[in-house]
Design a protein. Structure first.
Length: 406
């Protein structure tokens, strides 16, 4: 039964690849104003951006080699193997993949997916003997926010940039190590470059120093934005604070950051929805920019995943038509979708519930739901004497029923 189910899944995925290849070739996703096929798939098909990118790359590579496309469609080459083969193909060896398609099929036909990966890598190294061309940029950096609010970094730097980065990072790491260990030059076992925690601390310190490098602060965005209520900021309460983009800070940590920070007022309703900042001008103020970043979390075009740093504040009712520069009248749009509104005839209006209604020149309608309200942050339970049985019972009741402890 499981074999039949797996075969059915593979047949469906093979059909999806064929459809995706033609759909992407025609750029049908552009009809909805999407920035790319990957963004459209992620928004409309319930896929992650990584899955969407993998499907489209595999579809393009497979479609480029008719013999491989026929094998996938006929079931003699599984979609999993096709994904492995496509993963090693780059623009320099696309022609070789088409030419060697039948040979590759003969070699991987009886192999498992893992062995197919080894064959594919060997083939790619054989036909791509020149490797990356000298003038081809290889530098890249990914900053991914995990569900717990932490940030995961990965990337590649060029030779010169990498050497400069390591020199600065290791220098700061060495400074931190000496400060923590009393500048003990006789300890030969510190191995700063092997200490991942120390390097992470050094990177944080590097960011702090860079943030403080411009005393005027013109044009620079804040290093970190923290949402904290006034009683907690003043020390009259100890509710946790929220970091822009996700994650929580203790009240004490937020107050520590506030010692050397710009503080601005944001008026919210009891549910945490941002109401206003009391500013009206032709362009969004710094306070309004912070509120837009917190509310919209990036481009508000349905399906777009561009972060706030790539966006511009757009007047829903254009300024020249009497639009107001307040939060209800602004929304974040990336450069691509800003042009869709101004140049391609799309209309935009805000709904009564705070959502957005996009109408294309052909009558096509896209809707973005209202902004998510921040989750209410419950204060941590008070510390109690371990022997205080009444307090223990009250705490357990609060944790299991959600009712406040007496």
């Amino acid at each position: 039964m499981l074999r039949e189910a797996s075969a059915a899944v593979n047949k469906a995925e093979a059909h999806r690849l064929a459809v995706a290849a033609e759909w992407d070739r025609r750029q049908a996703w552009a009809a909805d104003g999407a920035y790319s096929g990957r963004c459209w798939l992620a928004a409309e098909c319930g896929l992650s951006r990584g899955e969407s990118g993998l499907i489209l790359k595999t579809a393009r590579v497979v479609a480029s080699a008719p013999v491989v496309a026929a094998a996938v469609a006929g079931g003699s080459l599984s979609v999993a193997k096709a994904e492995v083969l496509a993963s090693v193909v780059n623009p320099r060896i696309e022609a070789a993949f088409v030419e060697d398609g039948e040979t590759l099929l003969d070699n991987v036909g009886q192999l498992g997916v893992d062995d197919t990966r080894r064959v594919a890598r060997w083939w790619a190294r054989t036909v791509d003997q020149d490797g990356v061309e000298p003038d081809e940029p290889v530098a890249k950096l990914r900053c991914l926010e995990a569900s717990d609010g932490t940030t995961h970094l990965s990337g590649v730097l060029g030779v010169e940039a990498g050497a400069m980065f390591r020199s600065v990072l290791d220098g700061i790491a060495d400074q931190l190590w000496r400060a923590r260990r009393g500048d003990d030059d006789h300890n030969e076992n510190r191995h700063v470059y092997l200490n991942g925690q120390l390097r992470a601390d050094a990177l944080e310190e590097m960011a702090r120093r860079a943030s403080a490098a411009d005393p005027a602060g013109t044009g620079a965005r804040p290093l970190i934005s923290v949402i904290i209520d006034l009683p907690t900021l003043e020390g009259r309460a100890d509710r946790p604070a929220a970091v822009e983009g996700g994650g929580l800070l203790s009240a004490e940590a937020a107050r520590r950051l506030a010692c050397d920070a710009q503080i601005s007022r944001v008026l919210t309703d009891p549910n945490g929805t941002i109401l206003e900042l009391g500013r009206t001008a032709r362009t969004a103020s710094a306070d309004q920019w912070r509120a837009l970043r917190l509310r919209d979390q990036g481009c508000t075009w349905p399906g777009c995943d561009r972060p706030p740093g790539w966006c511009q504040a757009h007047h829903i009712v254009w300024w020249e038509n009497g639009g107001r520069t307040d939060l209800d009248g602004l929304t974040l749009l990336c450069h691509h979708h800003h042009h869709r509104i101004h140049d391609d005839g799309w209309q935009l209006e805000r709904l009564d519930d705070g959502g957005l209604h996009f109408t294309g020149p052909d009558g096509r309608v896209l809707t973005r739901p209202p902004p998510k309200r921040p989750l209410p942050l419950r204060p941590p339970p008070p510390t109690i004497d371990p022997l205080d049985r009444a307090a223990i019972v009250a705490r357990l009741r609060a944790l299991t029923t959600g009712s406040p402890a007496a």
